[in-house]
Design a protein around this ligand. Structure first.
Ligand code: PEP
Ligand code: MG
Length: 574
């Protein structure tokens, strides 16, 4: 049976389905000898979770209306529900581990709630799950409950949230299938960064645990129990990959130049410092999404933990500039320990720099760690989602005060660059008024497109409005490049457009200085650019800017690439 969805990350993956439900955590169903120990463990976990919820409530009361902090009272009520706890204790008294008992009882309650007709009750399942995650953390005592896999799998989830993916061994993930989320959801970005084939928009109720899935990220299809013919095609695909790897070998040791000598810097996008070992072929980090470091635990990472992470990145290549982006929380990324007021439109709400400026403690700790980690003067700090000059000025003032404090403590402040992401339309159109305050800009095309087209990047129903080739978008990008260059500032692009051959070609033609992308795309983009001439790309751009539609532009670029590969006898496609 073949299902059609949206392609979010190319390639073919074959593995058995592993369904992710919210409450899938690792617990042992074996019996333990010590009932009292488990009862004590449960009691302690409840106390710890209670303290955490109360702290969140206090924080919430400081940040929002008292009325809105009521949700934590609801969480406390769930946590201490005597019937619920009685059921858990009954299972422990039968000899089960506390974590197993808590999980089983939660599952039973969630099943009942989800069956209820009342929408209100159904929505409470989110709260039960929230409390559950907290208690399980304290029962486990070591880490937040995480997904654990020990064999190759095709992950199947309604929506893969960023926090679910933390700590997952992606070497074992051969494909990702989701019901929700578009091309630029964070799950999609992770999939592309790691080169995992991925398809969204699939009704996952038709997939059972253990089904063999052939996920075709090129065409956005998922084949359940694939046919012989499909398996033969898969083998052929693997063979082609090997050929491609051989072909790309010579590009590992080169910088990126067009045939007529134009240098383009190719950076890598990363979400954790651990990825740094994969970046051998990139020229530095063009985007470090630091929010994932803040999402790993139930509290803000200490300054030392942050410094370790930033230092690892900066020391990986002391001669390269590395762009570290300050927190981009909000939208689809949340911190459990920072209660964000429920928003009707989270992507239009208190996200990124807005949240950092509203929570100066966290922002200050990040700035401190960044400046302290900057031992080799190769740091570029980048602020996400800037809209106004005031936001830049307020952030700069904060940075100056952090610097002054560090100097007073006897630290030396090494030089660094400060830049902004251009991803809110007003910053793109009004860049002339912002540019003097910064050293560089990087275009966040994922958000820029989302906000220009007023189309939620997480909503597959409006995925057709993700139009990276739209001539009007290209004109806005051209405007950003022109303004930055007029002021002698460099411009990068770190959205997904930068790592896709057709759009990367246009961005280079438009004049960007840096493309930053998932590291699995670097060699292919380098190979492609090494075979084209800047003079031809400028002509191509002039041609497509006269068109009116996204698809017309894409067709024109594909024609150029096809003609070009025929002339040279090159084959790029896989
Ligand atoms: C972007 O918006 O293009 C970007 C690079 O940032 P993120 O995808 O993390 O929002
Ligand atoms: Mg963005």
């Amino acid at each position: 049976m073949i299902k059609k969805g949206i392609s979010v990350s190319h390639g073919l993956g074959l593995a058995r389905a592993y369904l992710i439900e919210d409450s899938k955590v690792v617990v042992s169903s074996e019996l333990t000898g010590d009932i009292n120990e488990q009862l004590n463990k449960l009691e302690n976990a409840i106390l710890e979770a209670e303290a955490e919820i109360k702290k969140s409530k206090e924080l919430a009361q400081n940040l929002m209306d008292d009325n809105d902090a009521y949700i934590f009272d609801a969480h406390l009520a769930i946590l201490k529900d005597e019937y619920f706890l009685r059921d858990v204790k009954d299972l422990i008294n039968l000899g089960h581990y506390a974590s197993y008992a808590y999980k089983e009882v939660t599952k039973k309650y969630l099943d009942e709630i989800r069956k209820a007709e009342s929408l209100y009750l159904q929505e409470r399942s989110i709260d039960v799950n929230d409390v559950y995650m907290k208690v399980m953390y304290y029962l486990d005592a070591l880490s937040r409950p995480h997904l654990s896999i020990d064999r190759e799998v095709a992950l199947v989830a309604s929506d893969l949230t960023p926090s679910q993916t933390i700590g997952l061994d992606f070497n074992l993930v051969k494909a990702i299938v989701t019901e929700h989320g578009g091309k630029t959801s964070h799950a999609a970005i992770i999939a592309r960064t790691l080169g995992i084939p991925s398809v969204a928009g699939i009704r996952i109720s038709s997939i059972n645990e253990g089904d063999l899935l052939l996920v075709d990220g090129r065409y956005g299809t998922v084949s359940i129990d694939p046919s012989e013919d499909e398996l033969v095609e898969y083998a052929y695909f693997l063979d082609k990959i090997q050929t491609k790897e051989k072909r790309l070998e010579p590009f590992k040791k080169q910088k990126t130049h067009t045939l007529d000598g134009q240098y383009i810097k190719l950076g890598a996008n990363i979400s954790s410092h651990e990825e740094i070992s994969h970046l051998k072929y990139a020229e530095g980090v063009g985007l470090f999404r630091t929010e994932f470091l803040f999402m790993r635990d139930s509290k803000t990472p200490s300054i030392e933990e942050q410094m370790h992470s930033y230092e690892t990145v900066l020391a990986s290549n002391k001669n390269q500039t590395h762009v570290i982006r300050t927190l981009d929380i909000g939208g689809d990324k949340n911190l459990t320990y920072l209660p964000i007021k429920k928003e009707e439109n989270p992507f239009l709400g208190q996200r990124a720099i807005r949240l950092s400026l509203a929570n100066k403690n966290i922002f200050t700790s990040q700035l401190k760690a960044l400046l302290l980690a900057n031992k080799y003067s190769n740091l570029a700090i980048m602020m996400p989602m800037i809209s106004t000059l005031d936001e830049i000025l307020e952030a700069k003032e904060l940075i100056k005060s952090v610097e002054a404090e560090l100097i007073k403590e006897g630290h030396k402040i090494n030089s660094y660059q400060l830049g902004i992401m251009v991803e809110v339309p007003i910053a793109a159109f009004g860049l002339e008024d912002l540019i003097e305050e910064v050293d560089f800009v990087s275009i966040g095309s994922n958000d820029l497109i989302q906000y220009l087209f007023a189309a939620d990047r997480m909503n597959e129903e409006v995925a057709y409005l993700y139009q990276p080739y739209h001539p009007q978008l290209l004109k806005i990008i051209k405007h950003v490049i022109n303004v930055a260059h007029k002021h002698n500032k460099w411009v990068g692009v770190c959205g997904e457009m930068a790592g896709v051959k057709e759009s990367a070609l246009l961005l280079v033609g438009l004049g960007v200085d840096e493309l930053s992308m998932g590291y699995t795309s670097i060699l292919e983009i380098r190979e492609m650019l090494s075979k084209v001439k800047m003079t031809d790309l400028t002509k191509l751009v002039a041609r497509v800017l006269k068109l009116k539609k996204n698809d017309e532009v894409l067709e024109e670029v594909k024609k150029y690439l096809d003609k070009f590969s025929k002339n040279k006898g090159d084959k790029y496609e896989i």
